[in-house]
Each structure stands twice: as C-alpha cells, then as structure tokens.
Write a protein that binds this ligand. Sequence first.
Ligand code: GLU
Length: 503
Amino acid sequence: MPQVRVRFAPSPTGPLHIGGVRTALYNYLFAKKNKGTFILRIEDTDQTRFVEGAEDYIMESLRWCGIVVDEGIREGGEHSPYRQSDRKEIYKKYADKLVDKGLAYYAFDTPEQLEAIRLEYEKKGTTFNYNSEVRGKLTNSLSLDAVDWNARLDRGEPYVIRFKMPVDEEVHFEDIIRGQIVVNTSTLDDKVLFKSDGMPTYHLAHLVDDHLMKISHVIRGEEWLPSLPLHILLYRAFGWETPLFAHLPLLLKPDGKGKLSKRDGDRMGFPVFPLFWPYDETAKGYREEGYYPEAFVNMIALLGWNPGTEQEIFSMDELIDAFSLERVGKSGSRFDPEKAKWFNHQYLQKRSDSRLAMEFREFLREKGFHIDIVRLEMLVSMVKERVSFVKEFWSQTDFFFKAPEAYDLEAVKKRWQENTETILGELKEVLRGIDDFSPLPLEAAVKSWIESRGYNMGAVMNPFRLVIVGSLRGPHMFDIISWIGKGETIARIEKGLSLIGKK
Ligand code: GLU
C-alpha cells in the first residue's frame, strides 16, 4: 500500500452532523491503523453557505472525540494552507489547463438565462441539463467563434469554466466498499469547475487539493458517489493518478426510512450533533447531554462498520487495531438512540467510584451541595448500576440530601397499616439505641428486633422506606440510613409520623 494519507474535508456550513463525525472517525482509524497521516481540510469555497463558528465547532468536535489531526489549519503541515479560501490562487491555473487541453470551456450564460431555459424545459415536462446535447446551442467558447469569446474575456464578462463531458463513454471505476461500478457519460452533465466569483467549485478544488496533498484514500459519505465518475474523468483529464475511494453508507433514521436528520432528533429527543450548537437555530449535543466521548466514539464506530465478532466495547486503540474498510457495510445503518444510552451506561459502569464521585461532586456543587468525596463514593457505588449518565445520580439519590417533602400516596395507601405508627415509634427507639450506625450492625439490630416482636418484615420496612425516601424506591435501606446518619433518620421518622400518621 502507498503511504497512507487521508483527509476529512468538511464544509463549515453549520454544526457537524454525527454522520460527518463518523466519516472523520473512519478516516482517522484507517490512517492510524496504517501508520498514515490524518488531515483536516476546510472546504469553504461556497461562500454563500459559510457559517460563522462552524470551523471552530468542527475542530472542537474532533478534539472532544479524541481524533487527533496531524495536518490542518491549526496544526499546519507540509501542504499548508489547509483552508480552501486561503488556497484560492491555486485553482484557477488548473481550470485553465483543462481549457487549454480542450477538456473544459468558458461559458457565459447568465444565471437568469439558464433559469429561463430551465423553466421552459419544466413546462415541457423535462429537465434541463447543461450537457453535450445542448452545449452547442448555449453561450460558450465551444459555440461562439474565438474572436467573440476572447473579446468577452477581454471585456471582463463574467464566465464559469465547465468540464466538457465526453460523449457516450463508459467510465469504469472501483470503490473499496461498493466494488466495480460502470457509468455511461451520457447520463452526466458539464459540471461547473470554476465559478464567476473567482472560486473553484467543490469538484475542482477538492480534486486539486487531494492531488497536491498526496491523498492516498478518499473516504467520504455516499452522497458523493454519483460525482465519482466526473472525478475519475477529471483525474484522467489532468493526467493524475487516482487515489483509492471508499464511500460510506448513510446513517438512517431510527425507523430505517431515510437519512437521519436534525428533525428526527428534535422529534424523538436525541442529539444528532456531537456538541451543543449555540447559534441561530440551536441544537443539542452529545457532550452536553452527558455522554462520555469514549462512549460516543464507540457508538458511532459501530454504525456502519462491524468487527466480525460479538465484541461491542472498543477503546480508541482497539478500534484502530480492528478497523478495516472492507468491514464497512454497503447498506445504510439505522441509528438507535437507545443503543447510544446503552453505550454510555457501559462506560459509566467501567469508571471507578472515585472518578464518578468526582464527576457527581461537580454536579452537586452547582446545586449548592458540598459533600465529602469519600461519602460520595459510597453513594455512587450504591446506585451506579441504575445509572447511565452522571446527572442521573441525582434522581437516584436526591433523598440522601434532603428529607422528602411529599409522600407517594399510592404507596401510603397500600403500605400504611393500623399498627404502622406503633411499629415506627418502636423502630425509632431501637435506632436511637444503636451506637454503630454502619449498615451491617444496623441491619442485624433491626432484624433481631423485628424477629423478637414477631413483625412481618414488609410491614416494617415498607413504611420505614416511605418516611425516609418518600416512596418505595432506592437502594438498600440500611445503606441509606447509615449514610444520612442517626439524627436525620430519626428526624425523618418523626416527620413522616406527624405528616402521614394524621391521614
Ligand atoms: N466538503 C465536502 C463535504 O462537506 C467533502 C466531500 C469529500 O470528502 O470529498 O461533504
């Protein structure tokens, strides 16, 4: 294999969709697996679609995911600059070269003229394509005589440069994921390579850059596959060697019908972007929703690629080791928001209690609670298994921090019996007499009292939980009361008795 050099080449037109992150990730994994170079190139030749903040967003998303850029607009590199608008001067001569070779031509048709023709075709129920059939009747350097079009150029009349698509020729090419493909050029039009604003189009710019930057493999979204025959012909026109191509399948909506969009996320309550997007139409991000970057990366890695084994949990190094383009599927991958949560759950379970305690402490600080880290570790270990996100520790443990303000009425109706007040009154005294308030001695003492009194276990423990927690949820009772302490336990029993008792 040649020296592997791949690029991720987003256009800064808004927040980076998770499909884009996946493209970046696959490029990165492929580069690292093959001891190659990962390049970030910003493709901003379409000035009308440029969005402020998008470039930083792209770079921050990659950084958050742990995708390290070897050459890019910040990192620099041998082939600087890496932003196409900064490379503006480079492209024109390549377009001119094709005109000189007779493989491209100047076209002077104004947007208004083209629009009028388009409408005419539409009225006839057909679609207008600027192609070999019509180019002779339009205003360009093929249809006009040389004196005329040269005069137009001299006058500074606006023009575009179009590729002269060969007539009725079969283009054969290969895609690593899709295999052999054959397309007849009669289905293709004369694409614009260079625009009247002095900027190249995507087709010309990316190809010139891929060539100059010595890109070995072009790994990008499937939406570019229809343009590949044009690109192959352009390589041929320039006399350049083509890189290898791999077009990645689409990310599909959870129901599998169509491309995953922001609207699906909004409708179903999950983000389709890695980070929060703060501009105009804001959008949720995985980072701000509490996902760990490792979980997010693991999840998107498996959307389209499979390792060929049952293994689902992969660190970045393991992904690099296992990745191959041959194991990327041809068909679209359905996005599953529940699976995304599942991945985060798995990564949270793998985290140490002390690390989780630190993460939860941050959350609590914002709520105004300052809790000793050792005590938080105990808490975290009690409820960890029920939690998929750090923020969920709060809903699982809020009653550790404050006495219930209300009681679950359904549970009260079911569990509060004739003798409950007597039982809880006695229990309060039993607890008052216990010096070692750690879980095991507490449990032993309370259970032996229950036995000695001949009470039913549930008749004691259910109302006990109700007055301490406010409902019947939560971890082991003796872990809870040990954590909140004797004074608080007794106070909660008294509060419960006074509030529920008088029903
Ligand atoms: N700028 C193109 C995009 O954002 C990149 C396509 C390619 O990788 O060639 O989709």
